[in-house]
Design a protein around this ligand. Structure first.
Ligand code: UD1
Length: 338
């Protein structure tokens, strides 16, 4: 069994990916410092998978600690999720973002190189496309970012492209995620934000459970059919599977730079999501139209043909499944994973 190091493996996308790796016959090893996740996630992953999962509680900014993990294990590949991800916070404290996200990436690559580990998947984001010239978005669209969080994603993509040019035996996959929502069907793991959520789905589920009073819909005057913003929501289980398929591809291809959009190729508006969730919970969800949120764009959805053709990546879950599983997770964890 090939060992795959999953940095940020206790986080939202990381934890679901750990389960998918097990399904695909890999042995995931988690590195996490629990700065934005709970150690309980590990127990829950073991419960779901029925497997003991090796964990290193460490910060990827500490190169010595990271190197020790490689010394103790033969690591076939690394999936690097660990990083700060709050857009608003990144605007207020940019250095925190540059320091953490860039240094940890540099450490991961250097440590991999020193230990002859040659396959790296990086968690990138549709944020690298900025406000796209048109939709759907293809991988070769121009890249443009508008905030420090997004800039760390783009800078890392560029660093990795320089690195593979200089080191052709090292393989990198850049996965650009659209909007992951949903949760594992057990309701044991899911998106568990600290404080008031910034993102749409956890905000909606907290309204539904009565922790928040109503949803603020940020703008209904966009140039979209119902005036609200359109995004490509993808079930986190589909997104997780995309990582396993990418690793399989890396095992067989000679290409050393792979870039894929991971979405559903379908756009849904804020009100589409609200109405789908109303079907799940069986009642109206209170919302108010609020001003546009700074930095938001009207439409962002992917063309995912490349991932389909090269990886066989096809999504299995629809918006109803995403809403249903998000709600199941919220109900089972009214105060998050504690
Ligand atoms: C956001 C980030 C993106 C990041 C992603 C990670 C911004 C501008 N973008 O994407 O860089 O990669 O999260 O998860 O922050 N909405 C409401 N009310 C709310 C919350 C959201 O109406 O309370 C709307 C937004 O205006 C948007 C849609 O819901 O149209 C989705 O928002 P969100 O879940 O925050 O994701 P993005 O902004 O697409």
């Amino acid at each position: 069994m090939k060992n795959v190091l999953v940095t940020g493996g206790a986080g939202y996308i990381g934890s679901h990916t750990v389960l998918s790796l097990i399904d695909y016959g890999y042995n995931p090893i988690i590195v996490d410092n629990f700065s934005n996740s709970s150690p309980k996630v590990i127990e829950r992953l073991e419960k779901i998978s029925g497997k003991k999962i090796k964990l290193y509680n460490l910060d990827c900014c500490n190169k010595k600690d990271l190197d020790q993990v490689f010394k103790e294990n033969d690591i076939f590949g690394v999936i690097h999720f660990a990083g700060y991800k709050a857009v608003g916070e990144s605007v207020k404290v940019p250095l925190k973002y540059y320091e953490n996200n860039i240094i940890s990436l540099l450490n991961v690559v250097e440590t991999m190189a020193n230990n002859n580990s040659n396959n790296l998947i990086f968690s990138s984001s549709a944020t690298v496309y900025g406000d796209p010239k048109s939709v759907p978005i293809y991988e070769d669209f121009p890249l443009h970012v508008t905030n420090p969080y997004g800039r760390t994603k783009l800078m890392i993509e560029e660093i990795l492209q320089d690195y593979v040019k200089a080191n052709p035996s090292f393989k990198v996959a850049l996965l650009r995620y659209f909007n992951p929502i949903g949760a594992h069907e057990s309701g044991l793991i899911g998106e568990d934000p600290n404080g008031i959520p910034n993102n749409l789905m956890p905000y909606i589920t907290q309204v539904c459970i009565g922790k928040l009073d109503h949803l603020n819909v940020f703008g209904n005057d966009y140039d979209t059919p119902d005036g609200t913003g359109i995004r490509d929501y993808i079930h986190v289980l589909d997104l997780a599977r995309g990582h396993s398929l990418t690793l399989k591809k890396m095992e067989e291809t000679k290409d050393n730079l792979l870039i894929y959009n991971l979405g559903t190729s379908k756009g849904s508006s804020v009100l589409d999501v609200v109405h789908e969730m109303e079907k799940v919970v069986g009642h109206k969800i209170p919302y108010q139209i609020a001003p546009r949120r700074a930095g938001d764009i009207a439409e962002c959805y992917a063309n995912c043909d490349k991932a389909y053709q090269e990886l066989g990546f096809k999504t299995e879950y629809d918006l109803y499944d995403m809403c249903k599983s998000s709600w199941n997770f919220q109900q089972k964890n009214p105060n998050g994973i504690r």
